[in-house]
Design a protein around this ligand. Sequence first.
Ligand code: BES
Ligand code: MN
Length: 456
Amino acid sequence: MQELETYVAQHRERFLSELMSLLRFPSISTLPEHAADVRACAEWLCDHLALLAPTRLELFPTEGHPLVYARWEISPQAPTVLIYGHYDVQPPDPVELWDSPPFEPVLRDGRLYARGATDNKGQFFAHVKALEALVRLDRLPLNVILLVEGEEEIGSIHLRPFLETHPELLGCDAVLISDTALYRDDLPTLCYGLRGLCYLEVSVRTAAADLHSGVFGGVVDNPILVLAHILSGLRDGYGRITIPGFYDDVLEPTPEERQRLAELSPDEEELRHQLGAPCLFGELGYSVLERRWLRPTLDINGIIGGFTGTGAKTVLPAVASAKLSMRLVPHQRADDIARKTEAAIRALAPPTASVEIRVLHSANPVVIPLDSPPLHAAARALARVFGRSPVFVREGGTIPVVEWFTELFRVPVVLMGLGLETEGAHAPNEHFHVKNFLRGILASALFLQEYAHAKA
Ligand code: BES
Ligand code: MN
């Protein structure tokens, strides 16, 4: 540990400037105009990894954004850990709310500010630097595969087929991912459950083209009102989803889990204040953590329609659309929920409108068993770095690949979050605490050592 700490301390400035280079790429996977930036980011990462003399290094093209694959082999007898991360980021909008430009990383108060700083470039780069330390010190204790994709923020759409068609590249004994959060600063955290996601786009049309609302208003329906009617029919005022059959497969929390979450419970008034909400929201009978981690939700992520410029325009718009997503929990299945939602939308739509529904992407929820050897190794590694043992949490976000590794390949996954919920992921002024970047490097290297030792 001493040797690793010294290495990290000696190379701290370079590590940060390399991370800043990585953060300068606007690798926004969802925006087609940034496809070349996404690719350039992947190429930079490949070139960077080449310096660590991997046994194999490849930039795999997909039908979407490329995948970065590297492997370090020390012995066919040694166990293999696969480290996953994503180099794509969310769009930076609204850009005017950033205190510094999203793709010009800056250090302020021990934090690195940039889009992707915490989600996920800073977090996965900690593992890259851990690998560097182990390789340079000639201390790599097992085989490592590094898989960094460019489509996590759009549902990992081309990763699943890649995993299925390249099993020979992916054989491993454990998966390590840092794309979740520390429950609180200075509190090491292992996450054992993620919600799934079902993301739909709904569009409503009431005429072939926009019309003068004075001339045709009264004989053609208004698509925005139709959409509003449909959307408000999907959920009640407490967040209880009214889609028929939606809760059929939802697993109720067990008394033991409720107890465990109750012990972590945040102060609700403090949380309300932190979020700037007039009053917290949500299903009756469930605590804040239950509502965030164990209960399904339905949200409208965006709505498009009609005239939104300054001033007034008397138009009867022809179309309106909404982005709708639902977070899912065990044992809901994303494809089943998509079908039920589509049926509910059709049942709510009046004959004056034609409705089109498209599934953009989906992921199933996952719960990870708590008793796997890599999870124990991770707990020991975190305890050494943070000076206390980790807490075990579930989280409300989604990482599609976790369910694939868990259910499809039956490999234990370790979710070792290094970010904080307050670091502005998907929001303006995203940042990452340098302190946690450095701790992450140590935790990653120690994890590999602890796990190799346990398997030996
Ligand atoms: N890092 C997040 C996932 C996450 C967020 C885990 C919060 C735990 C807590 C990841 O990059 C992400 O944002 N995922 C998307 C996935 C989706 C597009 C399929 C999400 O959750 O919205
Ligand atoms: Mn994200």
